[in-house]
Design a protein around this ligand. Structure first.
Ligand code: CP
Length: 293
């Protein structure tokens, strides 16, 4: 059966455990060209450093061919609809199309038009499922398991697809999630603990996921300067002290706004581990979607 990954909910808990186990094997270099003669197409309508290249590296490590559509020079600039762009690329016979778009729901809609697996590389403020999977993988490696652990998400949560996907996945794996943000960045979830002061969350947290302020999604400037936001929400070495708290960030990091330089260098900061793990997790996702049919 053709499967898509538009949302973390597309995979059951058992399937996610399988994917993370496979990712562990891949991380240890235990992989072959299982996707030889398969084609993966990346269509990124929003900029990306990590996700696009991570999918490309993941697909190539498993022997697949990869095409990156250059959206800026594609016929979408000549009025071609999104679904026509997708169906035309689909006609070239890819096994998977990875798509990023600023509008929430685009991957889900496109999945109805194509014969390949759609993988959501991030849609608006809605979902970023592979980021949440790689974050779960990274947290599991650092903490043993997220079950019963306190995970704090800090930042512009209301505008963050990473937060949305992480909240769903971490709660499903029985982590205690706390959100920390100023009131205008706090989402309207009713089933998550919310705090407005970072110091209140630090006392009992096992890990922090820091997020960037998503100024591109703000309709009007919320802070005169991001330095004002940083005064209350920047993760600093002074704040963490000698506590055993792991620090994650999906990137791109606003240095000295989200996290200070010293803390970024700290061994408890797992930002580059997330990137490394992300390739292995995406290899496992692509293999599952393409081969489990
Ligand atoms: N984490 C993440 O989505 O980064 P990019 O925007 O660089 O892909």
């Amino acid at each position: 059966m053709l499967r898509h990954l538009t949302d973390t909910r597309d995979f059951s808990k058992e399937e996610i455990k399988e994917i993370l186990l496979k990712a562990s094997q891949f991380l240890n270099g235990d992989y072959t060209d299982t996707l030889k003669k398969k084609l993966v197409i990346n269509i990124f309508f929003e900029n990306s450093t990590r996700t696009r290249s991570s999918f490309e590296v993941a697909a190539k490590r498993l022997g697949a061919e990869v095409v990156n559509l250059d959206v800026a020079t594609s016929s979408s600039t000549k009025g071609e609809t999104l679904s026509d762009t997708a169906t035309n690329l689909d006609a070239m016979g890819p096994s998977a199309i990875v798509i990023r778009h600023s509008n929430p729901g685009v991957p889900k809609i496109l999945s109805r038009y194509v014969k390949s697996s759609i993988v959501n590389g991030g849609d608006g403020a809605y979902a970023h499922p592979t980021q949440a999977l790689l974050d779960l993988f990274t947290l599991n490696k650092a903490l043993g398991s997220v079950e019963g652990k306190n995970i704090t998400i800090v930042g512009d949560i209301k505008n963050s697809r990473v937060a949305n996907s992480n909240i769903e996945l971490l709660q499903r794996f029985n982590a205690n999630v706390t959100l920390v943000a100023p009131v205008h960045f706090m989402p309207s979830y009713s089933n998550v603990r919310k705090l407005y002061k970072l110091e209140d969350a630090i006392k009992d947290t096992d890990a922090i996921i820091s997020l960037r302020t998503q100024t591109e999604r703000h309709q009007y400037p919320i802070y005169a300067s991001l330095k004002d936001y940083a005064l209350d929400y920047k993760i600093t070495k002074k704040l963490i002290g000698d506590k055993k708290i792991f620090l994650l960030h999906p990137g791109p990091v606003h240095r000295n706004i989200d996290i200070d330089d010293d803390m970024l260098e700290d061994e408890r900061t797992l930002v580059l581990k997330q990137v490394e793990n992300g390739v292995a997790v995406r290899m496992a996702v692509l293999e599952k979607l393409i081969l489990d049919r």
